[in-house]
Design a protein around this ligand. Sequence first.
Ligand code: AMP
Length: 281
Amino acid sequence: MKIFTTVKEIQAYAKEQKAAGKTIGLCPTMGALHEGHMTLMRAARKKCDIVIASVFVNPVQFGPNEDYDKYPRQFDADCEKLEKEGVDAVFHPEPLEMYPEGYGTYVTVESGITNVLCGARRPGHFRGVATVVTKLMNLARADEAFFGQKDAQQVAVVRRFVADLNLNVHVNMVPICREESGLARSSRNAYMSAEEKQAALVLSRSLKKAREAYDAGERSAAALKDIVSKELATEKLAKVDYVDVYTFPALQPVETVSEESLLAIAVYIGKTRLIDNIILK
Ligand code: AMP
């Protein structure tokens, strides 16, 4: 597996692969890789000739009081996992390589989709995501890009700017990978104590209850949110940030679920902010 740290190296590699007629799949990550990330690699491996993963903790998508400094970094272990999945190349730049002195261009999705859910709570977050993903797609000359449903709003944002900017990249959404307990895998799970991890099971449990009600015919967004909120309230370590339902991927408000919709939650377990969701079809 090739490891690139500079823009020049990855550009040369992508150019070579395109000249050889290969299709390129890109899997952007921030590292501290777990089984959820590996499901993206496998989807890319299946669909594309060349798989490029990026491991980059993107400073531009973190707010001033967020966890940029303490975000887990374990590049050697990440490379071992990527190599096992048959990833062809990993791009691991320093922040200054991506944002050198004088850097001044950002991609801002201005449609309402960035004003709700995490977009409303994390100002500037999706501007940072859209900027880095645009740069990575461009650098890797990606034909396909792979993202997890775990960050469903991110998928909606990426699909929006890919369409708006006429980027010739197909955006794939991979289902949420969970631990056997139901907990959605996340690099941030490592912040939690054993007791907090146990408490965190309330997220998937609450969504499961909503799913059951939906399957039994419940279509009122307020009622579905209520089911989730009531279950979350049973866990004393849980502090709700949001419980909301929007159409997917347009992220328009919903009263009665009649088209594909996203029931998304963000919950603090102690100091760790976790997100999870289900898509109602
Ligand atoms: P991150 O490193 O957290 O920025 O995640 C990189 C990519 O992996 C994003 O597209 C995430 O949505 C995806 N991802 C993270 N956790 C999971 C999971 N549990 N299941 C599926 N995809 C995931």
